[in-house]
Design a protein around this ligand. Structure first.
Ligand code: FES
Length: 104
């Protein structure tokens, strides 16, 4: 377990004890204010879209092309967008801060 800081769609920040070794999405979908993750992590729905705090962006694994392509099609895409199903929550990411993106 490690700390994850999650800002919900109302702008409220929550400190969450998240499970390492799971995808960030798998932690977020357990939360009432988290993500829907409709496709279950297949990189096809984008309902796990989050904005990663700039200070953490470079510490996340590089995007694969399918994540990049799906994100680029989103209305709410930003430079710090990620699909949380494509990011494993490792112990090195303890303290990770992110914001849940608006529904498309
Ligand atoms: S859960 Fe569907 S793209 Fe991430």
């Amino acid at each position: 377990m490690a700390l994850m800081r999650v800002v919900d769609r109302d702008g409220v920040e929550h400190e969450v004890e998240a499970r390492t070794g799971l995808k960030v999405m798998e932690n977020l979908r357990e939360l009432d204010y988290g993500v829907a993750a409709i496709c279950g992590g297949m990189c096809s729905c984008a309902t796990c879209h989050v904005y990663v705090d700039p200070e953490w962006q470079s510490r996340l694994p590089e995007m694969m092309s399918d994540e990049r392509e799906l994100l680029s099609e989103l209305t709410h895409y930003q430079q710090n967008s990620r699909l949380s199903c494509q990011v494993e929550f490792t112990p090195e990411l303890a303290g990770l801060r992110l914001r849940i993106a608006p529904d498309e």
